[in-house]
Design a protein around this ligand. Structure first.
Ligand SMILES: [Zn+2]
Length: 209
């Protein structure tokens, strides 16, 4: 599996380009910004983007989605519980002092029991409300890898003080869904360094008490 992680935009959201070496099909996860750089990675690996997957509708994760859809023709996938947040991208842009990316449309809602694909590579969608109502994590079982969005970070968890956030819900999502994954699972958070479920089970102050 090809997996390139590119921190994009002023908040350095980890955008993932995931490609299948055999079919050269790809998915891009969280194209928040810097779409030219994302497309350069896609071209360097001779990939064709088939899906644009968004872990949640915060501007730093979704801001470049329409530009990427226009460039690739790939549909945008996001959990429908984040539609309200998606409609307030102008407000979100004002929070962090950046230009509004304009309107973002979703093509399909994804939730638990759905899978996303890049050729033969598949990931299970895990609905993990808490950071936002529609937050999802993506678990690649064959690779034992989790794209965690802003639900879990190395040594921390996602903030729950923004509209739609709930500390109670994020803790339930973490304990019942995320931490149910095997210790060896590599975790790629929405921001900052890569970690593992085992490392977080041991050392994350929000989880190990
Ligand atoms: Zn977020």
């Amino acid at each position: 599996m090809i997996h390139e992680i590119l921190p994009v935009g002023p908040l350095q959201c980890n955008c993932s380009v995931i490609g299948d070496e055999a079919s050269r099909e790809a998915m891009v996860i969280d194209p928040g910004d810097d779409i030219e750089d994302v497309l350069a990675i896609v071209q360097r690996h001779h990939l064709q983007v088939k899906q644009v997957v968004i872990t949640h509708a915060h501007i730093d994760h979704v801001g470049g989605a329409m530009k990427l859809r226009t460039a690739t023709g790939a549909p945008i996938l996001l959990n429908q519980n984040d539609c309200a947040l998606l409609k307030m991208l102008d407000v979100q842009a004002a929070w962090i002092g950046m230009a509004s990316p304009g309107k973002v449309e979703i093509d399909h809602s994804v939730g638990s029991a759905d899978t996303v694909k890049a050729g033969a590579i598949t990931a299970d969608v895990i609905h993990t409300p808490g950071h936002t109502e529609g937050s999802v994590c993506l678990y690649f079982p064959a690779e034992r890898k989790l794209i965690a969005g802003d639900t879990l970070f190395a040594g921390s968890i996602g903030r729950t003080d923004l509209p739609g956030g709930s500390f109670e819900k994020i803790m339930r999502s973490l304990h019942e869904r995320v931490m149910a994954l095997p210790d060896e699972t590599i975790v790629v958070p929405g921001h900052g360094p890569t970690t593992s479920i085992g490392e977080e089970r041991e050392n994350n102050p929000f989880l190990n008490r």
